[in-house]
Design a binder for this molecule. Structure first.
Ligand SMILES: Cc1ncc(COP(=O)(O)O)c(C=O)c1O
Length: 449
């Protein structure tokens, strides 16, 4: 194409053939043949380019807990953009980030009262792991560098996160990963737990595997254990009753920091500000992202207990206490969005709403039991997943077909992970819409069966 040099770059029409963007975690060739495009959103709906409403059964990607394009949040972001667009958080600060940190600390359990901001769940995971290792060093225990994750865990896509994570496909392409990492077994056992509402009775003993790892490596080499209190991305695996308590006891006994990755469970998904609160187990570090801004502006962070923060406050006055941070840590737009989001959660009692709706959601998802394509169903809070019977020799194909059919035929967004389909609607959903989600999904199953 020849371009008239007199025309500005902006005048040149750019073809939008969908080719240039390489989408994450997506089969790009298929997508570009049959795109799933969204052009606008409001409350519990997205809209396709032709104006068709799409029921959002996944709060975007587990993040839009307050629903979409809520006026209060939109206005806060707009106002902030015109007032303070950016302020460095290295050696400087701005009031809203401090205010948001205080508000988050107030929602966190016990003495988890210092907040380190970043921009995503992946960064939050890596931040927490680095803080854990650096904490032990600051504490005179520099041999504690080993990190323990869990099979079927997801902590984002940084090298730290995939190293402690337990999703095979996210790891196998990327070389040897971090050294000095080990994994607990995952807690899912279909024979023992199938079709359980909430926490399964079976599985608390699997936490004792941590003792085996301590016996193998010695506690003096272990910095931290990181788990999702409810594993989300591998298909909503609620913790067995007593499991998190046992992990807590073992970590305390051996001086190991316990990190809860609450990127999904934080801010209402399980009916509380944190899963730690719901399960009555206090970790040493909590990571969060997604729901803090209801998905509107990227933000994440790590909340740490007082003694962890204090361990870094020992050097001379001019010396940096933690050599870690991101240009956009505590970004003004994210901070403004976070404050408006927390206001909305409180004003509309959305965490309590999730609690009240949990039994309705649980009954609705379990009503799919008995369908010939369904192998298991799990649920906790306003999160649930169904495992589909895989197609012989084609793992992931049935899940993918279900996600496609949900979008194209039933105008509904669901989340696919292999042959599992997850549901995590915005917390503003109501009973009728919950019923609608599973009625539509039953039609999807009938269609692809
Ligand atoms: C538990 C957990 N940790 C971390 C992440 C990564 O978050 P992000 O995609 O914002 O990096 C996710 C994303 O789904 C998550 O579910």
């Amino acid at each position: 194409m020849s371009i008239d040099p007199a025309r500005s770059a902006q005048d040149v029409a750019t073809p939008n053939d969908l080719e240039s963007q390489w989408l994450p975690f997506t089969p790009n060739r298929q997508f570009k043949r049959e795109p799933r495009l969204l052009v606008r959103a409001k409350d519990v709906h997205y809209y396709k380019p032709d104006g068709t409403a799409v029921l959002d059964a996944t709060a975007g990607l587990w993040c839009c807990n307050a629903g979409h394009c809520r006026d209060e949040i939109v206005k806060a972001i707009q106002t902030q953009a015109g007032e303070l667009d950016f302020a460095p958080s290295f050696q400087f600060g701005h009031p809203k980030a401090f205010e948001l940190a205080s508000r988050i600390a107030a929602l966190a359990p016990a003495d988890l009262d210092h907040v380190f901001f970043c921009n995503s769940g992946s960064e939050a995971g890596d931040t927490a792991l680095k803080i854990a290792i650096a904490y032990h060093r600051a504490n005179g225990e520099g041999t504690r560098t080993r990190l323990i994750g869990r099979e079927r865990g997801y902590h984002g896509v940084g090298f730290g996160g995939i190293s402690v994570g337990g999703m095979v496909a996210n790891r196998k392409f990327f070389g040897p990963l971090l050294s000095g990492v080990d994994h607990l077994p995952h807690t899912y056992n279909r024979a023992e737990q199938a079709f359980t509402k909430g926490q399964p009775e079976w599985g608390a003993h699997l936490a004792d595997e941590l003792q085996r790892l301590v016996d193998l490596h010695d506690a003096s080499t272990i910095a931290a254990v990181i788990v999702e209190p409810m594993a989300g991305s591998t298909g909503v695996l609620p913790p067995p009753k007593g499991y998190l308590q046992r992990l807590r006891e073992l970590c305390t006994r051996h001086g190991i920091l316990l990190i809860f990755d609450e990127v999904i469970t934080g801010f209402g998904r399980l009916g509380y500000a944190t899963a730690s609160e719901r399960f009555g187990v206090t970790p040493d570090i909590i990571t969060f992202a997604k729901g803090i801004t209801s998905g509107t502006v990227p933000m994440g962070g790590a909340i740490v207990r007082t003694h962890i923060y204090e361990a870094f406050q020992t050097g001379p006055d001019h010396a940096i206490d933690l050599f870690h941070g991101y240009t956009y840590s505590g970004h003004p737009l994210a901070a403004a969005a976070g404050l408006a989001t927390l206001d909305l959660y409180r004003k509309e009692s959305l965490f309590e709403r999730a609690q009240a709706l949990e039994p309705v959601f649980a009954d609705a998802i379990m009503s799919l039991k008995g369908h010939k394509l369904i192998a298991d169903i799990r649920q906790i809070g306003l999160a649930g997943a169904v495992d589909l019977v895989p197609l012989e020799g084609l793992p992931g194909k049935r899940g993918f077909d279900a996600m496609r059919a949900a979008f194209h035929d039933e105008n509904m967004m669901v989340r696919v992970s292999g042959d599992s389909i997850a549901f995590s609607p915005p917390l503003i959903i109501d009973k009728a819409r919950i019923a609608e989600i599973f009625e539509r999904f039953r039609k999807v199953l009938d269609r692809i069966g």
